[in-house]
Design a protein around this ligand. Structure first.
Ligand code: GLU
Length: 524
């Protein structure tokens, strides 16, 4: 500890007098009145204009842990890096969560939820640390720090502002006043009393208790350029006063845990329970090795990719859910639960490394998820996607909803035998393209048996029921001494241009008499 600063000086180094005492903040943001065992979680993205799949994974865990315990899940925008901010980046986060159906509660009492609007809170807590001699104003310039760093590197010391290198650690009030009178604006640094030869034990729900060397760096709490907090200090203030019980964040924050634990202890506050999530990995196509998703190389690292290509958002979430709670898939296959929302996540079991996200596996989840949809939900998803992300062709396909509904209803009436070839909304529209004359591509390679096609035309009646229709096909096969399947194949290719389609009778019923005749005539 050092000598605490006077109130006047605190106001001067912070640029304004603190608005609250810590006691007032405690009263303003009281412990939440929630049922026993309720978790309070938050997703705390920095608005960078990009939402990583790993962020969605964390938000899913956040919202799920809160929901399953009747707790609260908040969205907090960490917009303290004014240099990095991208316009519309916040909206992108909100829209992405919304599109994936992840809902958060805004509770005005515990807000504001933008860090840039919480300056009064940070300043008030910083004032308390300055008062108690646990923080100090530091007037080192970028040049000074560069020199210190070079000196440290040359001598083989750890770089950073600590111990003897922290020039202003024990700065006197007189010197502070001199700097201020000189127009200098200080950063506020932690006055660290940690001893790197001693260990601090920190808790992570998955990893248990982890021993780290104590932190001895005088880390920046409040930046000089904009008066905004660093991540570390904002985390302390926000997760305490928002009464977060569980912090779910990426494993890149694990090394900061001793510092965060130190900060909470200094304030006499109980730290939240931490869950550091693994990176989301893939198997590299070239090396065959598992590596983390790369923002540069892997389009699927960006959640926008799944929206643009029309992956069912439930499938993406179910798959991510199964990564977080690996027993889910089995429980679902057994019929014990219908959807991930019914399955319990156990914080202890969230994987601490190597969470693999495989696009092939996602296809399986997508097929399952589309297979379980009602026709009207399927149609709605496809239409919504086409209108937002589709091109002219897709938009044309969804213009006549009744026709689209009839097309997509094929092979969906028997729950035991629902077609499972739809994966994305884009691909769904693409595999049914042949139903639209504008998109139909006649098959000119196929060697049609024209006698068979003519014979079919002679007896074709759209009003036939399925048995009558089939009997006619059998009769044609007999007449020409060929297999039933060959007759059907001639018709299938004439109608769709393809050798593989769902049920042929249904196709004809949906296409209607005129279109069927036109297609067969075309083939002839
Ligand atoms: N803004 C931090 C990030 O984007 C949040 C980490 C956390 O959840 O505490 O990584």
């Amino acid at each position: 500890m050092r000598q605490g600063l006077s109130e006047d000086l605190i106001a001067r180094v912070l640029g304004a007098a603190p608005k609250y005492t810590v006691a007032e903040l405690e009263e303003k943001f009281p412990p939440r009145n929630l049922p026993e065992g309720a978790l309070v979680t938050r997703f705390a993205p920095s608005p960078t204009g990009y939402m990583h799949l790993g962020g969605l994974y964390q938000a899913l865990i956040d919202s799920h842990l809160a929901a399953q315990s009747d707790g609260v899940f908040m969205l907090r925008i960490e917009d303290t890096d004014t240099k990095r901010e991208v316009a519309d980046a916040v909206q992108l986060i909100i829209d992405s969560l919304h599109k994936f159906g992840i809902e958060y509660n805004d509770m005005p009492e515990y807000g504001p939820y933008y860090q840039s609007q919480r300056k009064d809170i940070y300043r008030s807590v910083a004032a308390e640390l300055l008062r108690r001699g646990l923080a100090y104003p530091c007037f080192l310039t970028a040049d000074d720090m560069e020199k210190i760093r070079a000196e440290q590197s040359a001598a083989g010391f750890a770089t950073g502002i600590y111990g003897e290198f922290a020039r202003d650690r024990d700065i006197t009030e007189e010197d502070i006043i001199k700097h201020l009178d000189n127009g200098e604006v200080p950063t506020i640094r932690l006055y660290s009393t940690g001893n790197p030869n001693a260990r601090i034990f920190c808790k992570d729900a998955v990893r248990g208790s982890i021993g780290f060397p104590e932190n001895n760096e005088d880390l920046v709490l409040i930046k000089s350029n904009d008066g905004l907090p660093t991540y570390h200090f904002a985390h302390l203030c926000d997760d305490h006063f928002m009464r977060t019980t569980h912090v779910i964040r990426g494993e890149e924050w694990l090394p900061s845990l001793p510092l965060h634990t130190q900060l909470f202890r200094m304030m006499g506050w109980t730290p939240p329970m931490y869950i550091h999530t693994s990176t989301i990995d893939k198997i590299d196509e070239e090396t065959g090795k598992q590596r983390k998703l790369s923002k540069r190389k892997d389009p699927e690292s960006n959640v926008a990719f799944f929206l643009r290509d029309g992956w069912p958002t439930t499938a993406v979430l179910e798959y991510l859910g199964n990564i977080a709670a690996s027993g889910y898939e089995e429980a679902k296959l057994k019929g014990a639960v219908k959807s991930f929302s019914e399955y319990e996540i156990k914080p202890k079991k969230i994987p601490m490394s190597g969470a693999l996200f495989d696009m092939k596996k996602l296809e399986w989840w997508a097929k399952e998820s589309i297979g379980a949809m009602t026709v009207s939900d399927l149609v709605k998803s496809v239409v919504d996607w086409a209108n937002e992300y589709g091109d002219e062709k897709h938009k044309m396909q969804v213009a006549d909803i009744d026709y689209l509904t009839a097309v997509l209803a094929i092979e969906r009436d028997n729950p035991q035998r629902i077609r499972k070839d739809f994966i994305t909304w884009r691909q769904t529209l693409e595999i049914v393209e042949f139903f639209w004359d504008e998109l139909f591509v006649p098959n000119t390679e196929y060697a049609y048996n024209t006698d068979v096609l003519r014979a079919f035309m002679e007896t074709f009646n759209i009003a036939d029921d399925k048995d009558t229709w089939w009997n006619k096909i059998v009769a044609i096969a007999e007449k020409f001494g060929i297999k039933n399947g060959e007759v059907a194949m001639n018709l299938r290719v004439a109608l769709s241009g393809r050798t593989n389609t769902p049920d042929l009778y249904s196709i004809m019923q949906v296409m209607g008499k005129d279109r069927v005749i036109k297609r067969i005539e075309g083939a002839l």
